[in-house]
Design a protein around this ligand. Structure first.
Ligand code: 9YT
Length: 132
């Protein structure tokens, strides 16, 4: 069994900080579960272009308010606590946080651990692994 706390993970290499967000990666590829699980904080007032060409992601909003715009059709999806959005088609999108948002995120395949977005909002498949 694996047992971890968010408080401990926040103080470790599992906490990855980017310009618009920070992601505490509680489960990763090294845990051999077939998915990774993260608690992500999106900073208020930010817009993040994302296009997970190599991953599927489900995102459940626990706190805060924002929206997702899907780039192909310009559709705007409001996001608030209790909403899940699922990028089942590797959807290219813009994530806008009106207030700070707390999200629970699941990735398949699992992230290695150190991924940050490249210039297209993509996570590569060959990022360095975190396995502590
Ligand atoms: C919702 C989203 O994808 N935000 C970017 C960070 C990502 N969730 C992560 O790496 O935890």
């Amino acid at each position: 069994m694996i047992v971890r706390t968010l408080a401990d993970a926040e103080k470790s290499a599992r906490c990855v900080v980017s310009e618009n967000w920070e992601s505490v990666r509680l489960l990763l590829k090294g845990d051999s579960m077939g998915f990774s699980f993260h608690i992500t904080t999106i900073y208020a007032g930010t817009e993040t272009p994302i296009w997970y060409q190599n991953h599927l992601e489900s995102v459940y909003c626990m706190d805060g308010e924002g929206e997702v715009e899907t780039v192909t059709d310009g559709k705007i999806h409001p996001i608030k606590p209790g909403t899940i959005y699922v990028l089942d088609k590797h959807d290219k999108h813009l994530l806008r946080a009106k207030t700070q948002m707390k999200l629970a995120c699941v990735f398949n395949p699992p992230l290695n651990g150190t991924e940050v977005h490249d210039e297209n909002g993509v996570y590569p498949l060959d990022a360095a692994e975190i396995s502590d």
